[in-house]
Design a protein around this ligand. Structure first.
Ligand code: PEP
Ligand code: CO
Length: 452
C-alpha cells in the first residue's frame, strides 16, 4: 500500500531550497550538470526491498533483540581499492559479529561504512601550508588529498567515479556474503595471519572451533545443515554519510512496488554532526527518502534538538527507521547522553541507540598525527552501556572506523601501539582507524558489556 506523502513539498531535489552545509565549491557548473545527468541514468546500487529488510532488522534492535555493528573506513579511497582490502574489511566485520553473537548471544545486524563512504565534512573550508592556501580535502568523491591546486579543485567527474567504485565494491561484497565466503564453515578463514597470532585472535580461534563442533553435533543429530540458509550466507548492508547532496539526489529512485522514494546509493545513509541543522538541506533530503536513516549527534546537541531531529526524520515513529549515533567523547558522555535519552524516550520515539566512540575521542599527537586511544574508545563505550542500563534503554549498537589491515593509527590496545609507532603504518585517507586486532579486541569487550 503506497504510504501518503507525509511531506507533500518533498522531492529528491527539494533540499536545494534549503541551506546546505559542507558542500564543495564546484568551479565548473557545466561539468557538475553533466555528472548529475550521467548519475541519474545509472542503475540503482541497492533495491528498495533490501532497505526495507534493513529497517525490519533495525526494528529488532529497537526492541532489544539484536545489536547493530556499523563499521568501515572513515573515508574510502580511490587509491586503495583492491579485492583484498574489501575482503579483509569484511573478514574483520564478520569476526566481530561472531565474537558478539557467540559471546553475548544476540543476533548482529551487519552494516558496512562501505561502497559509498567517499565524502568528508571538514572543520575548515581551506587548508594553509606556509603561504599557500587551498581547498580542504573533502574525500575522493570531491577532490584528492595531495596539496596542489589541481588535486584540491573539486572535480564532478569524481561523483561518477565514486558511483563506479561503489558498484564494484558492492558486487564483490554480494559475492562474498552470498557465495560461500561468509559460510559459517569458513569461520577459521576469516582470522587473518596477523590477527590469529595475537591473544584476541586465539580467543577467536577457540570460538571458531566451538562453532565447528556445534555444527558437527547438529549434523550428527540429523539436522540438514545444507538446508539452513542462515548458516551459509549473511545479510550485509551498506551505508555512508549522505553529504554531497547532488550525488544522493541523482541516485534517489521511486520504488515500483510501494511508490515510495529511496536513496538507492546505499541501504542506510546518515547525516553527520556538522550537517544535522534542523532547517538545513541534509535533514530535508533525509526526511523524504524511505531508507533507514541515521543522525550523528555530538556534545553540542541539546535534548530538545535531538527530539526535533526525531520529529523531522521519523514523524510516524516507525521502529527501525531512525538510528541516533551518539559521539560525545569519553569525558562528556555521562553528562550529555542521559538527558537526551530521557527526552527522546519521553516523546515515544523508537530509535536505535548506537555509540560512535571514535569521533569524540580524536586528538593530534605530538608528531602531528590525528589519533585516538583504545582506552578512551573503550571508556566511552563503557559509559554508553552504563547510561542505557540506568535509563532502561537498550544500548543497541556500535559505530566504528576500522580496517582489516595491520595499521598503526590508533594508540594502545593489547599490542600497545605507542605514539612513536604511529609513523610505521599510518595509511588512512582521513581519520585514524582501529586495526584488525584492536577491532576484534573491542568486539570481545563489547560482548562482555552486553552480557553483564
Ligand atoms: C564520520 O563519521 O566520519 C564523521 C565525520 O563523523 P561526525 O559527523 O560524527 O563528526
Ligand atoms: Co571519521
Amino acid at each position: 500500500m503506497p504510504s501518503p506523502p507525509e511531506n507533500s513539498s518533498w522531492s529528491a531535489a527539494s533540499w536545494r531550497k534549503f541551506p546546505a552545509a559542507q558542500q564543495p565549491d564546484w568551479p565548473d557548473a557545466d561539468a557538475l550538470k553533466q555528472a548529475e545527468a550521467r548519475l541519474s541514468t545509472l542503475p540503482p546500487l541497492v533495491f528498495a526491498g533490501e532497505a526495507r529488510l534493513l529497517t525490519a532488522q533495525l526494528a529488532e534492535v529497537v526492541d532489544g533483540n539484536a545489536f547493530l555493528l556499523q563499521a568501515g573506513d572513515c573515508a574510502e579511497s580511490f587509491a586503495e581499492f583492491t579485492a583484498d582490502s574489501i575482503r579483509d574489511k569484511l573478514k574483520i566485520i564478520l569476526q566481530m559479529a561472531v565474537a558478539l553473537t557467540y559471546a553475548a548471544g544476540v543476533p548482529v545486524v551487519k552494516l558496512g561504512r562501505i561502497a559509498g563512504q567517499f565524502a568528508k565534512p571538514r572543520s575548515a573550508d581551506t587548508e594553509r601550508v606556509g603561504e599557500v592556501e587551498l581547498p580542504s580535502f573533502r574525500g575522493h568523491m570531491v577532490n584528492d588529498e595531495a596539496f596542489d591546486v589541481e588535486a584540491r579543485t573539486p572535480d564532478p567527474a569524481r561523483l561518477v567515479a565514486a558511483y563506479q567504485q561503489s558498484a564494484s565494491t558492492l558486487n564483490l561484497l554480494r559475492a562474498f556474503t552470498k557465495g560461500g565466503f561468509a559460510d559459517l564453515s569458513q569461520v577459521h578463514l576469516w582470522n587473518q595471519q596477523f590477527v590469529a597470532s595475537s591473544a584476541e585472535g586465539q580467543r577467536y580461534e577457540r570460538i571458531a572451533s566451538e562453532i565447528d563442533r556445534a555444527l558437527r553435533f547438529m549434523a550428527a543429530c540429523g539436522i540438514d545443515l545444507g538446508a539452513e540458509e542462515s548458516l551459509h550466507e549473511v545479510d550485509f548492508f551498506t551505508s555512508h554519510e549522505a553529504l554531497v547532496l547532488p550525488y544522493e539526489e541523482c541516485l534517489t529512485r521511486q520504488d515500483s512496488i510501494t511508490g515510495d522514494w529511496y536513496d538507492c546509493s546505499a541501504h542506510m545513509v546518515w547525516v553527520g554532526d556538522r550537517t544535522r541543522q534542523l532547517d538545513g538541506a541534509h535533514l530535508e533530503f533525509l526526511s523524504g527518502i524511505h531508507n533507514p536513516v541515521g543522525a550523528k549527534i555530538g556534545p553540542s546537541c541539546s535534548p530538545r534538538e535531538a527530539v526535533a531531529i526525531c520529529d523531522r526524520l521519523n514523524p510516524d515513529r516507525v521502529p527501525g527507521r531512525l538510528t541516533l549515533i551518539t559521539r560525545f567523547g569519553a569525558e562528556r558522555i555521562a553528562d550529555v547522553l542521559p538527558p537526551i535519552v530521557r527526552a527522546v524516550e519521553a516523546e515515544g520515539h523508537p530509535v536505535v541507540w548506537t555509540c560512535d566512540p571514535m569521533h569524540g575521542n580524536t586528538f593530534t599527537s605530538e608528531s602531528g598525527r590525528k589519533t585516538r586511544r583504545f582506552e578512551e574508545i573503550l571508556a566511552e563505550l563503557r559509559s554508553f552501556f552504563d547510561v542505557h542500563r540506568e535509563e532502561g534503554t537498550w544500548p543497541g549498537g556500535l559505530h566504528i572506523e576500522l580496517t582489516g589491515d595491520d595499521v598503526t593509527e590508533c594508540l594502545g590496545g593489547a599490542e600497545e601501539i605507542l605514539e612513536v609507532d604511529l609513523e610505521a603504518r599510518y595509511t588512512t585517507a582521513c581519520d585514524p582507524r582501529l586495526n584488525g586486532r584492536q577491532a576484534l579486541d573491542l568486539a570481545f569487550r563489547v560482548a562482555e558489556f552486553l552480557r553483564s
